[in-house]
Design a protein around this ligand. Structure first.
Ligand SMILES: [Zn+2]
Ligand SMILES: [Zn+2]
Length: 194
């Protein structure tokens, strides 16, 4: 199904939807591709919302990174009344105190999460760009963070999407899917919310 665009004043009338929100400029091709994949993984409608501006107050000029908490607060306060989950995508580097950077962040058992894209690109490491690899990494991080919003914690199975990515290598090793245990847990939560 093609992704739809709605603005923040539009009530999303579909229940069980995941809303993808670009925070600052994000490649449109990636959003549409991700929306299709996430529909397949979670069995929800996935809607691409209009871009919202980066939270200027969340920028740390010393670190040249955005604070994850600022993006989470922005997502938490977006209306989207019909959205079951709100997933931000941003093309700026982010951190939380105590970590050099983060690939993403999620409210465990909550509505919002986001993925930071810059470090998922080969070019970030001065390697030739690889669009397919970039998209796969973005999908894995998106599924991982959404998994946290459904209450899943980190999984010891290195092939499971809920395995913690300490580095991009971990992201590349794991698949975009859940191991059977995480899949069962996700299914139980999904049914409980229905
Ligand atoms: Zn995680
Ligand atoms: Zn697992």
């Amino acid at each position: 199904m093609a992704a739809k665009v709605l603005d923040s004043s539009t009530r999303c009338l579909r229940c069980k939807s995941i809303v993808l929100v670009p925070i600052g400029p994000v490649p449109a091709g990636l959003l549409v591709w991700l929306a299709g994949r996430l529909e397949g993984v979670f069995g929800r409608h996935v809607i691409v919302a209009e871009t919202v501006p980066l939270p200027a107050a969340g920028y740390d000029s010393h670190r040249r990174q955005y604070r994850g908490s600022a993006l989470m607060a922005l997502l938490r306060d977006l209306p989207y009344p019909g959205a079951e989950r709100v997933l931000g995508l941003t093309d700026v580097d982010c951190y939380v105190p105590g970590l050099n950077f983060i690939f993403g962040q999620a409210a465990s058992g909550g509505r919002q999460a986001f993925v930071a894209l810059p470090r998922l690109r080969q070019s970030f490491y001065r390697l030739p760009e690889n669009l397919a690899l970039f998209r796969q990494r973005a999908l894995k991080e998106a599924v991982h963070e959404l998994g946290h919003t459904w209450g899943l914690s980190h999984c010891p199975d290195p092939r499971c999407v809920m395995h913690f990515s300490n580095s991009l290598h971990d992201t590349d090793v794991k698949g975009p899917g859940f191991c059977s245990q995480c899949r069962d847990r996700l299914g139980a939560v999904g049914k409980a919310e229905r």
